[in-house]
Design a protein around this ligand. Structure first.
Ligand SMILES: Cc1cc2nc3c(=O)[nH]c(=O)nc-3n(C[C@H](O)[C@H](O)[C@H](O)COP(=O)(O)OP(=O)(O)OC[C@H]3O[C@@H](n4cnc5c(N)ncnc54)[C@H](O)[C@@H]3O)c2cc1C
Length: 543
């Protein structure tokens, strides 16, 4: 295996920032938790695991497919591949609840080896769970077995090469298991990069981003991951499904689009042709303060509809703004606001907007000028580059701090959706109300930001902090999540803008796409995966 995360948290052991002291004070004041470490994860040796179920015939077939050293069922690898990185995943992993860990972890090194693994699993009857970076927050890599006894984790980590570069067309053909930083590093020598930067950037793979239709923090400017995919190659139990690398096509419905977002239920993506772009010599992140969330959303809409939105655009509501300033403290965003702006803020607290542009200096100046005009006409207060750059510098800190919050008995989780500009305000209010009502037994902070702008709408991303219910922490979050999901469905918004469906959103798929829509997906699954071995229990409500 290449680099690995802690089995119970984010990043390699010791990586990432620690929780600053003033944040502990804020937790005490607003959530009533002590701010001291009260819960620690179990050691690897204490994790509860069942003995693997792996018939001799299946093991021999898997070893024949990838080589015996790449068929592993030791404690460490099974625990590392037992879950994704949602709050519920981390609660279980920290408590050592890994009874359902995959029976075996198999790592192919080529499309042909992946296809041979699928043939072996179909023949011997075993569930296959594709595993990229394992950063799913919707139960996408949960080792559910469906009707099978054995769960085989198909680890894509060895499919990590840049296979071909067409610099003239700015296309890169890559293995699906390549992680985003490694891809950008490999592209640098060509003066190129992908430009897809989700908060999970450090660990997510290109195949996982394709399988979940991920959206990065610069998606307003650079597009969603699916916009960056020119072609896919997929191994399915029924054979190879591959699309042409033509820039566009009218040859029937788009099969590339069918594979994107298929979450491993049709087959496993082994290769992708990606659209890459020149390295940006400059970046400029800055902050503005808007009077209210509604006024801010109006400004975002104006930016998007005039096609002058920044590459990164992220407007926090009042609660998220307050939490952002409180957690950043003296050393963070607040300290980097100019004196005049800070004085103005005392009289006019509002909603923080981060706006970011990437490109060469002339391009940034050309695109920024009309955006600044829109913001000024919305009476936005400029806070300057300092707080914007502070956000840019800390953009990957959140998942590390989440581990520290879990240590302190804090419930911390996020969820996201998207809606049209006409529905965004009501959606914001109804999801926030649903979360607050479900969590009313304990002090909670519900913050939200609007980001990922389109001419017709935007995404809303909620962050929830609450004092953990020590008797039933999973039940506490499940109730809140259920209430929020129902509020989203009732508002006619999507159950997910970029986290995907996985296990946790499957109940809301049919309300969103209709019974016939679900049948269309079932039909595709039946053709590609006639015995139903691929990622049971994900995406499809009863899949
Ligand atoms: C802290 C944190 C921040 C996040 N921030 C963002 C964000 O900003 N934007 C965003 O879009 N998402 C975000 N996510 C969610 C997650 O990172 C994305 O869904 C990501 O696309 C998953 O990539 P992965 O390689 O980790 O996939 P995995 O978690 O390994 O898999 C995700 C799903 O895809 C399937 N799968 C994986 N690889 C393949 C393959 N090659 N072929 C077929 N199926 C496959 C898996 O079976 C699973 O169902 C975040 C998650 C965390 C924990």
């Amino acid at each position: 295996m290449s680099r690995e995360q802690k089995f119970w948290g984010w990043g390699e052991p010791g990586a990432g920032p620690a929780l600053p002291n003033h944040a502990a004070g804020e937790l005490r004041e607003r959530l009533g938790v002590s701010g001291e470490v009260v819960l620690s994860p179990v050691a690897l040796a204490e994790v509860r695991l069942r003995a693997p179920v792996l018939a001799a015939g299946l093991r021999a077939a898997l070893e024949g497919a990838v080589g015996a050293e790449h068929v592993r069922d030791d404690r460490e690898v099974r625990v590392l591949r037992a879950a994704g990185k949602s709050y519920l995943d981390l609660l279980a992993q920290r408590a050592g609840e890994c009874e359902d860990a995959p029976d075996v972890v198999v790592a192919p090194a080529s499309h042909e080896q992946a296809a041979a693994v699928l043939r072996a699993c179909a023949e011997h009857g075993a569930a296959v769970i594709p595993f990229g970076g394992g950063t799913s927050v919707v139960g996408g890599v949960a080792p559910l077995r469906g009707r099978f006894e054995t769960a085989v984790c198909l680890d894509l980590g060895r499919l990590d090469a840049v296979l071909d570069m067409d610099e003239r067309s700015r296309l890169a053909r890559v293995g699906a298991g390549l992680r985003l930083p490694e891809l950008d590093h490999a592209l640098t020598s060509h003066g190129l990069r992908l430009g897809h930067v989700p908060q999970s950037y450090e660990w997510a793979t290109v195949g996982g981003c394709a399988a979940t239709r991920s959206a990065g923090q610069s998606s307003t400017g650079f597009g969603r991951f699916e916009d960056l995919v020119a072609a896919v190659r997929c191994a399915t139990p029924a054979g190879e499904l591959a699309t042409l690398g033509a820039p566009a096509s009218a040859a029937g419905p788009d099969l590339r689009a069918l594979v994107l977002g298929s979450e491993g239920v049709l087959g496993v993506i082994t290769e992708l042709v990606l659209r890459v772009r020149p390295v940006a010599p400059e970046r400029r992140y800055e902050a503005w303060m808007l009077r209210s969330f509604d006024a801010g959303c109006d400004a975002l809409r104006a930016l998007a509809q005039a096609a002058v939105a920044p590459d990164v655009a992220r407007l926090s509501d009042q609660d998220e703004t307050r939490t952002t300033f409180a957690f950043a403290g003296e050393a963070g965003i607040a300290r980097r606001v100019s004196g005049a702006a800070l004085r103005a803020l005392r009289y006019r607290p509002g909603c923080l907007l981060i706006a970011g542009w990437e490109g060469d200096a002339a391009d940034i100046a050309r695109r920024r000028a009309p955006a600044v005009r829109v913001l000024r006409s919305a009476v936005a207060l400029p806070l300057g580059r300092g707080p914007g750059e502070a956000w840019g510098g800390a953009r990957f800190a959140g998942p590390h701090l989440r581990d520290a919050l879990l240590d302190r008995g804090v419930l911390v989780e996020t969820l996201e959706t998207a809606a049209t500009w006409s529905g965004l305000g009501a959606l914001h209010a109804s999801v926030r109300d649903a979360l607050e009502a479900a969590l009313r037994a304990t002090p909670a902070i519900v913050g939200c930001h609007a980001s990922h702008l389109y001419p017709d709408g935007a995404s809303l991303y909620f962050t929830v902090l609450a004092r953990q219910d020590p008797d039933d922490p999973a039940g506490q979050w499940n109730a809140a999540k259920r209430a929020a999901g129902d509020a989203i469905a009732a508002a006619g918004a999507t159950i997910t803008h970029h986290h995907a469906v996985g296990r946790d959103h499957a109940r809301w798929l049919e309300p969103e796409i209709g019974a016939l829509g679900v049948d269309v997906l079932r039909g595709a699954k039946l053709v590609c995966d006639p015995t139903g071995i691929m990622n049971p229990g994900k995406l499809l409500p009863d899949g």
